[in-house]
Design a protein around this ligand. Structure first.
Ligand SMILES: O=C(O)CO[C@@H](C(=O)O)[C@@H](OCCCCCc1ccc2ccccc2c1)C(=O)NCCCCCc1ccc2ccccc2c1
Ligand SMILES: [Mg+2]
Ligand SMILES: [Mg+2]
Length: 348
């Protein structure tokens, strides 16, 4: 019988979960007990890794080996790290890493193997980017680089979660044959965050908007912050929204194959939040200056409506129509948008 005693370490882990993530904590708590601890620990371990990646105060010669070897910490009984991550709540996952390790060793082997594999691949992908001088100086260059970066930080999460759900028998093994589906689950979320976080990232001295796109609309990425370039900045946002929408059909196909209710909601809620966020950032010049967020009321409606697959399809259809209605003919992306949204409509 599974040992489900609530140890002090487990309580500490759930405290860390709630501390580090508003959105993901809520959906992870919804999960069936069989899967909840594994996904919670998967989240905290990757959040710890990402906190190292995000911490601009850690020197490269410390950061790169730390990222590459992070998965090896998972075999230790005790390890913690005190970076100077500006974000207090994120720092805690690294200083309190022992609780995560103690609980990690209590997971069944199959779950641990998935988590170690993804942590190793993500850590090495992040390290490769940090070592790439081009990326360091000028950020993400091509759309191909953009997709590859998002693969490492989010596509791999979709990969790991899919395998955890299959081990727990909450998703069909057929999904393993469709890696493009779980890749899109991650890329849709990450690309939405990257578009939304423009102002915050520029402030922090980084950005992930691909040069292949923004250079169509401006000389420098920071140009969009001056009033005279607002229109070009909005066209750039819309171009990136269109690029993110290319993942919609894969996301809906993936959702249609999750049978277990709590896993379905766990997968569906972040996706419906993302399509609502994409509709919010579309044609929205505020994105160039601040971090726009969907209203709390909207969030509640989305959570309720996304309980069924049909509800999710309705939500996507609603926001895709909303975006199409607000397309302006002078937007260079006008034609591509219409063709692509019509294609998704056919799929739906
Ligand atoms: O620092 C921040 O607060 C934001 O960091 C972003 C960044 O630095 O780019 C960035 O960090 C990425 C690296 C660490 C990934 C951590 C993660 C996130 C969600 C999870 C959900 C469940 C289980 C494990 C999870 C692991 C970030 O958090 N971006 C949010 C989008 C990531 C989506 C991951 C993902 C992929 C597929 C999914 C499928 C189903 C349900 C949730 C899913 C969640
Ligand atoms: Mg981060
Ligand atoms: Mg990061």
């Amino acid at each position: 019988v599974k040992d489900t005693t609530e140890t002090p370490d487990l309580k500490q882990c759930y405290k860390l979960l709630k501390l580090t993530s508003r959105s993901f904590a809520a959906v992870i708590m919804e999960l069936n007990p069989e899967l909840r601890n594994a996904v919670m620990l998967f989240y905290l371990i990757l959040r710890a890794l990402d906190t190292v990646e995000d911490d601009m105060s850690i020197a490269h010669d410390i950061k790169v080996p730390l990222l590459r070897d992070f998965h090896k910490k998972l075999s230790l009984d005790d390890w913690s790290f005190d970076g100077n991550s500006p974000d207090e709540k994120d720092r805690a996952v690294l200083t309190e890493f022992n609780s995560i390790l103690h609980e990690f060793h209590r997971l069944n082997r199959e779950y641990r193997e998935v988590i170690i594999k993804i942590t190793k691949e993500m850590g090495n992908g992040m390290a490769d980017y940090i070592l790439d001088e081009e990326f360091n100086l000028n950020g993400v260059q091509t759309i191909k680089d953009y997709d590859m970066y998002c693969h490492y930080v989010a596509g791999l999460v979709g990969d790991g979660l899919t395998h955890l759900m299959i081990i727990a028998r909450f998703a069909s093994p057929e999904l393993i044959k469709r890696p493009e589906l779980f890749e899109s689950m991650g890329l849709f979320l990450q690309k939405t965050n990257i578009i939304r976080d423009y102002a915050e990232d520029i402030e922090a001295g980084r950005s992930f908007w691909p040069k292949e796109v923004w250079s169509i609309y401006g000389e420098k990425l920071t140009d969009f912050q001056s009033a005279k370039n607002t229109k070009q900045g909005v066209f750039c946002i819309n171009h990136l929204v269109l690029n993110a929408l290319e993942h919609v059909t894969d996301v809906l196909t993936y959702l249609s194959s999750i049978q277990e209710q709590s896993s379905f909601q766990f997968c569906a809620i972040p996706q419906v939040m993302a399509i609502a966020t994409l509709a919010l950032v579309f044609n929205n010049e505020n994105v160039l200056h601040t971090n726009v967020k969907i209203r709390k009321g909207t969030t509640c409606d989305l959570i309720l409506k996304s309980r069924t697959y049909k509800g999710c399809v309705d939500i996507f259809e609603y926001y895709l129509r909303d975006i199409r209605k607000r397309l302006n003919v002078e937007d260079p992306n006008y034609l591509k948008f219409n063709i692509h949204v019509a294609k998704i409509d056919q799929f739906i």
